[in-house]
Design a protein around this ligand. Structure first.
Ligand code: 5GP
Ligand code: ZN
Length: 142
């Protein structure tokens, strides 16, 4: 992980060096269309400040990020007459993160759409007592 900020494709999109279909821009956040949409209207919400992953963002900025994500989600749903939407953040390579500048995907969904990203199609099963142990491991790190 870790691309130099000067080489970051999303920093270049924010600065206008790389063109994009801009939905919104303010002091802190930039909102634009994904170039390879899972569904048309697939939108990305990013902080203007370069953070690699969700972990790297100060909590206060996460709060503001999600205020923007909620506004954008409602606008995507209403503006594109969607039946629902997914919100997704991929963190680090095994999770599918390709661009090392934190971004929130907002993807409009339609009844019966055949969208590629589908969580839960290959779900795992817990052994006896394992779910409690797993929950405890997370709890200890909160
Ligand atoms: P990730 O896989 O890191 O969660 O998502 C990166 C997203 O950025 C992908 O969905 C990809 O289509 C999008 N993307 C990559 N390069 C560009 C670009 O140059 N312009 C735009 N608009 N989107 C991009
Ligand atoms: Zn960046």
């Amino acid at each position: 992980m870790g691309v130099d900020m000067a080489e970051c494709i999303f920093c270049k999109i924010i600065s206008g060096q790389i063109p994009s279909a801009i939905v919104h821009s303010d002091d802190n956040f930039f909102v634009f269309l994904d170039i390879n949409p899972a569904n048309k209207g697939h939108t990305l919400v990013i902080p203007k400040k370069h953070y690699e992953t969700f972990n790297d963002m100060p909590a206060e900025e996460v709060w503001h990020l999600f205020e923007t994500v909620q506004k954008v989600s409602k606008a995507v749903e209403k503006g594109l007459r969607a039946d629902g939407y997914n919100i997704l953040i991929s963190n680090k390579r095994p999770a599918g993160q390709e661009v090392d500048h934190i971004h929130v995907h907002v993807i409009p969904r339609y009844k019966g759409d055949e969208m590629a990203v589908r969580l839960g199609w290959n779900y795992k099963k817990y052994d006896e007592g394992e779910a409690k142990a797993v929950a405890d491991r997370i709890k200890k790190n909160l």
